[in-house]
Write a protein that binds this ligand. Structure first.
Ligand SMILES: CCCCC/C=C\CCC/C=C/CC(=O)SCCNC(=O)CCNC(=O)[C@H](O)C(C)(C)COP(=O)(O)OP(=O)(O)OC[C@H]1O[C@@H](n2cnc3c(N)ncnc32)[C@H](O)[C@@H]1OP(=O)(O)O
Length: 286
């Protein structure tokens, strides 16, 4: 709902018709795969992904994330921290099972909701930060880069390793990565299929800080959100959208074209064979 209004006019202040009262953050119509906790003192909302074992982005989890982001914005929270209830994995990225020999209509729905989630995070009017308390490969990394700040715990990996399995990424996914890292590093990392360790991610600037524990990561994210206290919230939101306008427009100008290209690519033998080998590799790990 919110996203549609933004798609109409990116520069407008979102015409939110939110009737919910502050802090009444129930998970209403969603599947309960996310939880929202609002800190009474700071007014900052922590949004946790809670889909065991590894927070794969299924249709339901993506739906719940979008719903939760909308709720948090509507309830005038001061900021949003995205994190995971799992202490080893932030998110394993897209649900690979949805991409293997897919039902064509469901695949379209799946890719469209992934586009929606990316837009929801990119256009979120309030300050956003990711407390990356576990591995964040592929779309897990893309979600983190859609936030404004990233704090990560040691000894995990983050990055877009798509080429390792003959996957490609859409241009808007690359732009997210490129909004955080210099283009030459993105080009190399994407082509290599590189997963950065926490320390490497800090050194290249993919993350902003390292934290010793989840509690510290949440505190560091909250401190970042606090840095906007002197900014007028409406001016801040409009400025954020202006800064992100070209990346968002890249997707919005031809969402249907992106969907077609992705569906076509996912159906190729090259993609399906790479995916099959990757799924086998995940099984054999055990
Ligand atoms: C021009 C047009 C452009 C065309 C582009 C179009 C489309 C291309 C699509 C490209 C999109 C890319 C974005 C993505 O996000 S794709 C997803 C990539 N993600 C991964 O490869 C992550 C794989 N997972 C892991 O590496 C590990 O699971 C881990 C996250 C490091 C966690 O390790 P660990 O804690 O040891 O857990 P397990 O490995 O044992 O996993 C537990 C369980 O979960 C299953 N699983 C893991 N990840 C996924 C996944 N992404 N999807 C589905 N299932 C997953 C794993 O198989 C285990 O299952 P079992 O317990 O049943 O064995």
């Amino acid at each position: 709902m919110l996203r549609n209004s933004l798609i109409g006019s990116l520069r407008q202040i979102k015409p939110i018709l939110c009737s919910q009262s502050l802090r009444s953050l129930s998970n209403g119509a969603n599947s309960g795969l996310t939880t929202i906790e609002v800190d009474d003192k700071s007014g900052i909302a922590t949004l946790s992904m809670n889909l065991p074992p590894v927070n794969t982005l299924t249709l339901n989890l993506m739906h719940d994330l979008i719903d939760s982001i909308n709720q948090i914005e509507c309830n005038k929270s001061r900021g949003l921290i995205l994190t995971s209830s799992n202490d080893k994995v932030f998110s394993a990225g897209l649900d690979l099972k949805e991409l293997y020999k897919p039902d064509q209509e469901r695949l379209k729905e799946f890719w469209t909701i992934f586009q929606d989630l990316w837009l929801a995070l990119h256009l979120c009017g309030i300050p956003t930060a990711a407390a990356i308390n576990g591995h964040a490969p592929a779309a897990g990394c893309i979600m983190a880069t859609a936030c404004e700040y990233r704090v990560m715990l040691p000894d995990f990996v983050i990055g877009v390793h798509a080429t390792r399995f003959s996957f490609l990424v859409s241009k808007w996914m690359m732009l997210s990565y490129q909004s955080v890292l210099p283009r030459r590093i993105v080009e190399r990392a994407l082509n290599q299929g590189k997963l950065f360790s926490t320390q490497e991610a800090l050194e290249v600037g993919l993350i902003d800080e390292v934290a010793g524990s989840k509690k510290e990561a949440l505190a560091q994210c909250a401190a970042f959100i606090g840095t906007f206290d002197k900014a007028n919230p409406i001016a801040r939101t409009l400025t954020k959208r202006m800064c992100r306008d070209s990346d968002v427009t890249e997707l919005l100008r031809d969402r249907a074209g992106d969907l077609r290209a992705c569906v076509d690519y996912i159906n190729t033998p090259l993609f399906q064979e790479g995916l099959s080998a990757h799924l086998e590799g995940l099984k054999e790990k055990k």
